[in-house]
Ligand binder design. Structure first.
Ligand SMILES: Cc1ncc(COP(=O)(O)O)c(C=O)c1O
Length: 405
């Protein structure tokens, strides 16, 4: 304790705070934003919007990209262009941030929550197969769920935490049943599935550029597809469905979902450093795997043999009995050391927001929710900061916390 430490204050309070994930904005972001301000192109048209779309399309290998105000907006429009109609059902991951389920409701459809698998926290294809096996053929595409009488129209796998879903079995099921596939790739820009970029595996895919994502525009999203008709409809719907912009003729109820040029300017600068950002995440993951090896009751994040994760989050699983405390107690103990961590999401079948969806048991999502904790993983995390996190976890494990519950 130093001479300046107030009486009773813990030395840990003097340690600088280590946040879970903050953006890395040290490239051309300010310069490009200044260009927007100087030119007056600050709104939803401008060269940076088109450049950002081209950059993301090229990084993913997709033919078309449509920039949107958020990842949630991209998901909403993706479901509409994929043919989801009010009253349809969409199969979606039970373990995910809530946005994709909300987007299904915006489209007037119903989410059917499918449990996660045990190893990588992703949508479990075996459970999708089991659900679809109980459905009946339906004229006009998709299948009918005999329990609700509703048409199942689409699959919405969410590649959570930077790791891909095991897509091949899902794509085969979608082909066999006539389901559209909308990928929620919002957390996984840069990830690969069996060598193919995430975001190129279904009919249409969505990315997010929220502040906590690998690439950020402050807020923003993107829809990508190889299908020119889907891209055109998405562009039309996200820009108020204008048939004649001068005479204000609108052919449908559209949305004001377009990204601004200022946001896109930040995105272009961020995309210039995509490989660097991905490299930083991979190094952080490697150092955690090394530094936390052998801690009893702590299971590090795994990467499937068929995957190249973008390592958006670094998430560990805590076994309360062998670690000596549960994930929430570890979160609080780290918080006392000024280290921010976060659990995974409440499983969506338990969410009050989706209480009117047909209830489905998703025990593995529940297990991930109870046991998982994401550790600080900003691309700018220094070796010293990461060492502090690793040391703190090891120390807490060694003393079994002292503060359990
Ligand atoms: C899995 C998932 N889907 C969708 C979204 C929504 O993206 P946005 O916040 O850009 O609307 C997010 C994150 O924010 C997400 O993590």
């Amino acid at each position: 304790m130093t001479a300046t430490t107030p009486r009773g204050a813990s030395p840990a309070l003097e340690e600088p705070f280590i946040p879970l994930a903050v953006p890395e904005l040290r490239g051309n972001e300010a310069r490009y934003v200044q260009e927007c301000l100087d030119s007056g192109w600050v709104s939803s048209a401008g060269a940076f919007v088109e450049r950002f779309e081209a950059d993301v399309a090229s990084a993913v290998g997709a033919r078309h990209a449509v920039a949107t105000a958020s990842g949630t907006a991209a998901l909403h429009v993706a479901l509409l262009v994929a043919g989801v109609q009010p009253g349809d059902e969409v199969l979606v991951s039970a373990l995910t941030f809530i946005a994709p389920a909300n987007a299904i409701r915006y489209a007037g459809a119903w989410p059917v929550f499918i449990d996660a698998e045990r190893e990588y926290a992703q949508l479990d294809p075996a459970q999708v197969a089991e659900f679809l096996a109980g459905c009946e053929p339906c004229a006009g595409g998709g299948v009918r769920n005999p329990r609700t009488g509703r048409r199942v129209r689409a699959l919405l796998p969410v590649h959570v935490l930077g790791h891909p879903v095991d897509m091949d079995p899902l794509l085969a099921l979608a082909r066999a049943t006539g389901l559209a596939v909308v990928e929620d790739a919002t957390e996984s820009l840069g990830a690969r599935y069996r060598g193919r970029p995430v975001g190129r595996l279904g009919d249409v895919a969505c990315f997010s550029f929220n502040g906590n994502k690998l690439v950020t525009t402050g807020g923003g999203g993107m829809l990508v597809t190889d299908d020119p008709a889907l891209a055109d409809t998405a562009r039309y719907l996200t820009t108020q469905a204008k048939d004649d912009a001068i005479e204000y003729v609108h052919g449908a109820v559209g949305y004001n979902y377009r990204l601004t040029n200022v946001q896109a300017a930040i995105g272009v600068a961020q995309m210039e450093r995509l490989d660097q950002l991905l490299g930083a995440k991979r190094r952080i993951a490697g150092r955690y795997a090394e530094g936390l090896r052998g801690v009893a009751g702590l299971e590090p994040m795994a990467e499937a043999a068929w995957a190249r994760s973008a390592w958006w989050m670094y998430t560990v699983r805590i076994d309360e009995r062998s670690f000596g405390m549960d994930s929430r107690a570890l979160m609080r103990a780290l918080e006392d050391r000024r280290i921010q961590t976060r659990p995974l999401w409440q499983p969506l079948p338990l969410s009050p927001a989706h209480a009117d969806a047909v209830p489905r048991a998703c025990p593995t999502a529940g297990d991930w929710n109870r046991r998982a904790l994401s550790l600080p993983c900003s691309c700018g995390l220094t070796d010293g900061q990461q060492e502090r996190v690793i040391e703190a976890v090891r120390e807490i494990a060694a003393t079994r916390g002292g503060r359990v519950g």
